[in-house]
Structure formats: structure tokens, C-alpha cells
Design a protein around this ligand. Structure first.
Ligand code: NCD
Length: 328
């Protein structure tokens, strides 16, 4: 579709014009949109953003641009790092993180809410409890929509920052043994990161209680793509083998039966005693929030990368915002 000069307010649906490696005007809905080349590009821009923040704190790259931050589910890191990313690039933010106080509480639909927000903003970040909600928002919006978590579906920007952190900590992405630990059934960060790691030579260890195993279709997909994928319940069996330990919270809000949650919530607790069995070169990650899975005493371990991981989230989101707005 050629963009008509009669519709200057819809400049975002141009065919991929390779501005910013094809990101300009695009939605970010799933990690399936990424290949190794696109990832390398975003990571290179994120490196530049890190340098920029360290040297100057902020820049005016996105000055005049507005982000609508629409959160139907709680968030600390994702919401505030998108906000910080936009502010550090000179843009502005409309934060809607309490939909209770917006017209959503009056029964407004998601399509109407996003069509409203795009009247005011240049890009929409959406977190919503339903799988597929970001796709629905993108179908209705003409401006780019970035999926900040759709229920138990995907969390692509988290997976990008997770992968970027692995690359930084391990200085490579091929030839790694990765253990995903905890709630592999409902954890959307696990789903997105697993798919991204399938683009690299990765061996997977899926560590969970029986009721929280990785969805069978995902496990099959990983194996079909030629990866070794081992499911275990006892973390001791793998802790000494792996290069990356990616620990997750049991997703209480996704349980229909809370007694089941109570049974599995403290299944894995990473303590210094357990870390003593891990490789000296291993890296310990967690998307946070943690609710007991990693003892505070572990924070002093240099292999604990979760606070570095969080900071990387801002650099990655700066890179993504600049890319979809055509300014990277
Ligand atoms: C994760 C999420 O929202 O999926 N948090 C985050 O974005 N860092 C993980 C979680 O809630 O457990």
C-alpha cells in the first residue's frame, strides 16, 4: 500500500522500507518477528543507548513524540522502564497504569481505548491479561503497538532484554546450556525467551514441578527445531551443568485453584548453598518480581545478574522505541 498524501496522519503503515532495519512503523507483538540479524541490530542500538545514558543521561532523539503506556495488569519494571526509555530520549508519556480510573472501568473496549490513545500518541505499549490482546490492539491501531505481556502468551520486550543480558554476561549466544526454572506453564517470559533461544545453538533444561511444565506444544516445537530439551523436577540434577539459570515466580494470578498454588509456590528456592553447586561462570537471572525464589543473600554473588538485567531493559526499550519511530 502506498501512503496517500491525503492521509498524512497515517504514516505508519508503509510497507517495510528498511528504515531502521524494517522496524519503522512496525508493531512488536511476538518474538517470532525476530531473526538473528534483527536481534543483532537491536542489541547494537541498545549498546549505543547505554553509552548515551552513561555519558549524557538523556538525548532529544524522540523529542515531540508521545508514548501511551497502557497497563491492564500490574507492572513495576516494564511500565517504568518504558517510561524512562521515552523520557531519556526526549519524548513524553501518557501513563495509564490504573485502568480502573480510565474509561475501561465504564466498559470501554480495548479497540476503542487504543483508537483513542493513538489520537494522542505515536506509539502504544500494552499489557493485558488475555492472550492475543496485543494483536487485537494492533489490528485496530494504525500506530505501532508494543506487546508488554499478553496473559500467559508472550512478553517479547522482556525476552529481548533477557537475551541481551545473556549475550553480555556470557559473551556469546551459541553453545549455551540454559535452565528455565519455576513456572514454565504460565510464565510468558519463559515462553518468549525459549522461542528466541531457539534461534541459537541452545540446550534446554526445563526445571519445574509436574503441574507447571512447559506447554507440550512448545516443548515439541523446541525439539522439532533440533534442540536438546530435558525436563526435570529436581534442580540439583542440572545446576552444575548449566551456563544460564533463568528462575521465575509461580504466577499466582493465573491459578484457578489457589490451593494448587500454595503447593508449588516454594518449590525452588535459590540459596547460597545451592549456588555453590553452580558453575563459576554461570549466570543467574530472574525477570522479577521475586516472591521468595531467590534468597536475598544470593544478591551478593557476582553471578546474580538480575539487577543488571533490569537496567538492560531500559536500554533495550530505548532501542525499540527509537527503531519503531524511525530514529534509531
Ligand atoms: C514478568 C511478567 O510480567 O511477565 N515481569 C516482568 O515483566 N519483568 C514476570 C512475572 O510477573 O513474574
Amino acid at each position: 500500500m502506498t501512503v496517500s498524501t491525503l492521509s498524512p496522519s497515517y504514516p505508519y503503515r508503509q510497507p517495510a522500507d528498511h528504515v531502521n532495519n524494517g522496524f519503522f512503523g512496525q508493531d512488536i507483538l511476538s518474538v517470532r518477528q525476530f531473526d538473528r540479524e534483527k536481534l543483532a541490530y537491536i542489541f547494537a542500538v541498545a549498546d549505543e543507548m547505554r553509552t548515551l545514558v552513561r555519558r549524557f543521561g538523556s538525548a532529544d532523539l524522540l523529542s515531540g513524540k508521545v508514548l501511551a503506556n497502557l497497563f491492564y495488569e500490574p507492572s513495576t519494571r516494564t511500565a517504568s522502564s518504558f517510561m524512562a526509555a521515552m523520557l531519556r530520549l526526549g519524548g513524553q508519556v501518557i501513563p495509564i497504569n490504573e485502568v480502573r480510573y480510565s474509561s475501561v472501568a465504564k466498559g470501554e473496549s480495548l479497540p476503542d481505548t487504543v483508537r483513542t490513545l493513538e489520537c494522542y500518541a505515536d506509539v502504544i505499549v500494552l499489557r493485558h491479561p488475555e492472550v492475543g490482546s496485543a494483536q487485537i490492539a494492533a489490528d485496530y491501531a494504525s500506530k505501532p503497538v508494543i506487546n508488554a505481556g499478553d496473559g500467559i502468551g508472550e512478553h517479547p520486550t522482556q525476552a529481548l532484554l533477557d537475551l541481551y543480558t545473556i549475550a553480555q554476561e556470557q559473551e556469546r549466544l551459541d553453545g549455551l546450556k540454559v535452565a528455565m526454572v519455576g513456572d514454565l506453564k504460565y510464565g510468558r517470559t519463559v515462553h518468549s525467551l525459549t522461542r528466541l533461544l531457539c534461534l541459537y545453538d541452545t540446550e534446554f533444561y526445563f526445571v519445574s514441578p509436574a503441574i507447571l511444565r512447559l506447554p507440550p506444544d512448545m516443548l515439541a516445537e523446541v525439539r522439532t527445531r533440533g534442540h536438546k530439551a530435558v525436563e526435570v523436577e529436581d534442580i540439583h540434577e542440572v545446576i552444575g551443568e548449566v551456563d544460564v539459570l533463568y528462575v521465575t515466580r509461580v504466577q499466582k494470578e493465573r491459578f484457578a485453584d489457589l490451593t494448587e498454588y500454595e503447593r508449588v509456590k516454594d518449590y525452588y528456592i535459590i540459596e547460597p548453598r545451592l549456588m555453590a553447586q553452580a558453575k563459576p561462570t554461570a549466570v543467574l537471572m530472574h525477570p522479577f518480581p521475586r516472591v521468595g525464589e531467590i534468597a536475598y543473600a544470593v544478591d551478593r554473588d557476582p553471578r546474580a545478574a538480575y539487577f543488571r538485567q533490569m537496567e538492560n531493559g531500559m536500554f533495550i526499550r530505548m532501542a525499540l522505541l527509537a527503531a519503531v519511530l524511525g530514529k534509531a
